[in-house]
Design a protein around this ligand. Structure first.
Ligand code: PLP
Length: 361
């Protein structure tokens, strides 16, 4: 049976711009450039609740199930649609990998060119593959993310290319929709929202989203916002910019977050905190999610769970907590293979008894 388009559209999720149209800065003159992003699962995570050791409910928001494998798609669909509306023909961004993967995909969908500036040697393999596969012009600089961002900001001011980093306010508008989805799923805001912090755009966007919903009566309250940086790039937690940020979690390897003040406002207005977690804590949470919850996220994403576990003594009894898992584990296979703590049984003869022996029979 062939389905007519109107029927398909009435059944399927149309992407976050069409779904949350009234909450976004769009109009009939905005061309919707969408890969039907958003509407990601909110999954119960009892093993994390158990590790906290008191009665509470923990959910994880699987934003790595967006079309390019990270939450960046939420902001990109709005930023690229608005750039197209204004007649832009090319996009530019600095990226630790996921922004460039997303920009490259939406540029392809919108028939625009994409230029992506990457810190040489610190971009996970899957993300690089995506940018190149979608046809972006990838430019690796001998410098870190913060330096790349400074360059693209200047280029966008000088040349006719649209900047799609999270300093573009349309990015944060789109990313607000993840907070909407959490409230729509739970019926109200959670008590705590735990989230990784890199450039600090996403924590700011969630806070805007929760505030927006509360102000329009869609929820009765807002959550306390708990952001977590990696210890080697913990600018906000330490209250000073870091010149040479370092962490295994490359997506949050950022030493001078662009949305610093928005993030500290979210922290202070919500009665939350921005702390840091070590690489060892990040990797332990990364493995816990994979082995006990069946969820493969990228290392940066696991910072939200690592932080929650670190703050377990502060969790109010009976609390409902959402941890945001920002990106898909398949993005960074090298880190997974290096830190999974299990090994392949290799060189086994191709016969039943040899295989059964390895299995312990
Ligand atoms: C971009 C990104 C982050 C950090 O988000 P910010 O908005 O920069 O704080 C965290 N995790 C993943 C997987 C990302 O791609």
């Amino acid at each position: 049976m062939t389905l007519s388009l109107p029927r398909l559209q009435s059944q399927a999720w149309p992407g976050l711009i069409r779904h949350y149209w009234d909450y976004l800065p769009v109009s009939d003159s905005t061309p919707t450039i969408t890969l039907n992003e958003g509407n990601t699962p909110l999954v119960s995570a009892p093993a994390i609740a158990e590790a906290i050791g008191k009665s509470c409910q923990v959910f994880v928001k699987l934003d790595g199930l967006n079309p390019t494998g990270s939450f960046k798609d939420r902001g990109m669909t709005v930023a690229v649609s608005k750039a197209k509306e204004k007649g832009a023909e090319a996009l530019i961004c600095a990226s630790t990998g996921n922004t460039s993967a997303s920009a490259a995909a939406y540029a392809a969908k919108g028939k625009m060119r994409a230029y992506v500036l990457l810190p040489d040697g610190y971009v996970a393999k899957g993300k690089m593959a995506q940018a190149l596969m979608h046809g972006a012009e990838a430019i690796a600089i001998r410098g870190n993310f913060d330096e790349a961002l400074a360059i693209v900001c200047e280029i966008a001011a000088k040349y006719p290319v649209a900047l799609v980093n999270s300093v573009n306010p349309y990015r944060l508008c789109g990313q607000k929709t993840a907070a909407f989805e959490i409230v729509d799923a739970l019926g109200d805001a959670p008590d705590w929202l735990c989230i990784p912090v890199g450039n600090a755009g996403n924590i700011s966007a969630y806070w805007m989203g929760f505030s927006h919903y509360r102000n329009t009566g869609k929820s009765s309250r807002s959550p306390q916002m708990f952001g977590f940086e990696a210890e080697g790039s913990a600018a906000i937690a330490l209250n000073r910019a870091i010149a040479n940020p370092s962490t295994v979690a490359t997506a949050i390897r950022i030493g001078n977050p662009a949305s610093w003040h928005k993030a500290t406002a979210a922290r202070d207005l919500s009665g939350g905190d921005i702390g840091s977690v070590t690489d060892a804590e990040i990797l332990a949470a990364y493995r816990l999610l994979a082995r006990e919850e069946g969820i493969f996220c990228e290392p940066a994403s696991a910072a939200s769970v690592a932080g929650l576990l670190k703050y377990r003594d502060r969790v109010p009894t009976g609390a409902t907590i959402v941890c945001v898992l920002t990106g898909n584990g398949l993005k960074d296979p090298d880190t997974a293979v290096k830190h999974c703590e299990t090994d392949i049984h290799s060189g086994i003869p191709a016969n039943l008894s040899a295989v059964a022996k390895v299995m312990g029979f």
